[in-house]
Design a protein around this ligand. Sequence first.
Ligand SMILES: [Fe+2]
Length: 349
Amino acid sequence: MKNLCLAALASVSLAALAACADQGGGESKAACAAAAGEVNVYSSRHYDTDLALYEEFTCETGIKVNRIEAEADALLERISAEGEFSPADLFITVDAGRLWRAEEAGVLAPVDSPVLAERIPASLRDPQNRWFGLTTRARIIIYNKAKGAPTGLETYEDLAKPEFKGRICMRSSSSIYNIALLASMIAHDGEAKAGEWAKGVVANFKRAPQGNDMSNIEAVAAGECDISLVNTYYLARFDTPEKRAVLDGIGVIFPNQATTGTHVNLSGAGVVKTAPNRENAVKFLEYLTSESAQKYLANGNNEYPAAKGLAPTSAVEALGQFKADPLPAAEIGRNQARAVELYNAAGWN
Ligand SMILES: [Fe+2]
């Protein structure tokens, strides 16, 4: 599978290429794994493109990447259960809330890296550098284009206005995306207003919360309801010849452009406190913020690269430019438990 290794090397250095090619008859991706140690990655991301970038890292550094993939909470439990003998070096997950949970559980250790500090904006990393954002996604309002842009709908807060009664479809409040959004609104508007907002949106539901972002996009495109909230990367998934009609039936509003900015969430990673290969973990984390790795991470799932100065895919760019909410992701994590309580009190199932 030497070719696999080479195929993964769209943009690595000639030296690294030579390192791969020098393996001669090497028959597996281990062909790129020279004896430079290893790094054990516990990840709740599982995209094929992520595999390609792991391999590129091995080719560049000779450090073998061992992966354990599971849901974030299961991985966290596992790291805690393994205790000081955990082989985990790096924890990768999606959502600020989960990174915050890992941080609160005392699982992550600070990383003092000038490379990471330079590449990742302060709002997308833990103030104590225990985790770093890798990609971001925006939660935006969509509407049925045939019925026209809803008048007076410019912010998340507007979704609670009585004039949108019977027009809104949402997924469950147990979605980490909805929890993170309300957590950000608690930070901006205060608990009381955030709670009232949840009640107002519930009063506007066309139907009980159901499905996921994809099915709610389809529901809005089909006119089953007029308005919903979805993550940008799900919309980009409809940018194909077969699914294009759905995308064409949808209008997009980046909320809160005149106020706090559109809510963004992130995927990110942190070095585990008990990491047996800490140096390699830091190296790998730094690599994940490089231009080449950021392309794998962001493009593979139509997300925005977290590192400064990099553009997303054209399908994502086509959704439009916007002002992102600079609220520190750490604050979103901190407010998430309260957000769940407010959703429950509002009857948003
Ligand atoms: Fe998702």
